[in-house]
Design a protein around this ligand. Structure first.
Ligand code: SIN
Length: 383
């Protein structure tokens, strides 16, 4: 047998003691030719406190930039979204497995800006509901592309019935990028989903250290890592140092209080709802096209306080006569659309302060219950 060097003997002894679970303090080694400073390298495992019970978190992965890869570390646009598996995402986050017991499921592999669908939102909501109905599950994290995250988040907020935390997370830089934001965002999302503070707050968006409500948060920047906000109403809180801090709570109905229930909704229940974006000198062409395409609802993203061009108004009035529900929204990101005489006169619904893409989600769900504009106005006031 080959003779062991002194260094190898010391290392072997340390390993043997570690394996037997009885080593208490460090070993030090000094070799005349390679002096090594003595230092403590192993701490006691005989006095380990009982391991804290970790929350059980399910990660449902759908793709997006958080799972994206580029060809160089500086490629932050034009990369491929939705490449990595959820297990690869977890492995890239040091310490994640120390804060939660994580299980994963790949629901989709998409770029949400090009390939999200209402059918996928229905499937995802059913998967979230199923995960949370398991008494062993404490919370759900959904990794998602940022482009349509606000729509999926609001859909889940209105249809999933659970007071357990539901957190959407994404990234603005692909996983291969220098200073990729995905790993910390994912860590924060898992912390949030496992926290008691996040219970009964509706669906949450966790991006860049901020906690946003699904209803009010929207994408505010095309490329910056600080891309989700409600500039006017603010966030619900922050995540700092692995801990959530809440300062606001959502006031509108969500999840457990919602009239909409994913257990009773299929993609076939959802009617087509189109958004018509206004501009100077617009006319009824886009409205007529939406009606011809079979829309049962139209969100009109008007100017200012939901103003409608005089050439477009007759198109919307004709649409209402054909049974289409028209919601008067605005292309302006802040402020609300107020109830006006034009709504009384034409049976229009006003959107309050939700943006057109969120109004589309709410109108689609409202149309599963009723076509009555008065009842739909009540939904827009309550949700
Ligand atoms: C996507 O929405 O899937 C691509 C963009 C992103 O995640 O930031």
């Amino acid at each position: 047998m080959k003779k062991l060097t002194t260094m190898k003997k010391v290392a072997l002894t340390a390993l043997t003691l570690m394996a037997s679970g009885i080593i208490i303090i460090s070993s030090s080694y000094t070799d005349a030719s390679h002096p090594v400073e003595a230092k403590q390298i192993i701490t006691s495992n005989t006095t380990n406190p009982v391991k804290k019970k970790l929350p059980n978190i399910k990660i449902l992965a759908t793709g997006g930039t958080i799972a994206g890869t580029g060809s160089t570390s500086v490629q932050t646009t034009g990369y491929q979204a939705g490449v990595l598996t959820p297990d690869q995402l977890i492995d890239a986050v040091p310490g994640l497995k120390d804060v939660a017991n994580i299980s994963t499921e790949q629901v989709a592999h998409i770029d949400s800006g090009t390939s999200n669908t209402d059918a996928l939102m229905v499937k995802l909501a059913k998967d979230v509901q199923k995960a949370l109905d398991d008494p062993e599950c404490d919370g759900v994290v959904i990794t998602h592309g940022t482009d349509t995250m606000e729509e999926t988040a609001y859909f889940l907020n209105l249809t999933v019935h659970s007071d357990k935390p539901i957190v959407l997370v994404g990234a603005m830089r692909p996983s291969t990028s220098l200073s990729a934001d995905g790993p910390l965002n994912l860590y924060n999302a898992v912390i949030l989903a496992g926290s008691k503070e996040a219970r009964d707050k509706g669906v949450l968006i966790s991006m860049n250290g901020k906690i946003g409500s699904a209803r009010d948060t929207f994408k505010t920047n095309t490329t910056d890592v600080d891309a989700f906000d409600n500039p006017e109403l603010g966030s619900l809180g922050y995540i700092q140092g692995g801990k959530p801090y809440f300062y606001n709570v959502p006031t509108k109905k969500h999840t457990t209080e919602s009239d909409f229930d994913i257990r009773k909704i299929t993609e076939d229940n959802l009617h087509r709802v189109d958004i018509v974006y206004s501009h100077a000198d617009d006319d009824r062409v886009m409205v007529d096209a939406a009606v011809a395409a079979g829309a049962k609802g139209i969100i009109h993203a008007g100017t200012g306080n939901g103003s409608i061009n005089e050439k477009t108004l007759p198109g919307l009035q004709d649409a209402v006569k054909k049974g289409v529900v028209v919601v008067r929204d605005t292309r302006v990101p802040e402020g609300m659309v107020t109830h006006e005489q034009i709504d009384e006169d034409n049976h229009f619904v006003n959107s309050g302060n939700i943006n057109p893409q969120k109004a589309r989600i709410l109108l689609m769900l409202a149309l599963t219950k009723t076509e009555d504009p008065n009842k739909i106005q009540e939904y827009f006031n309550e949700y």
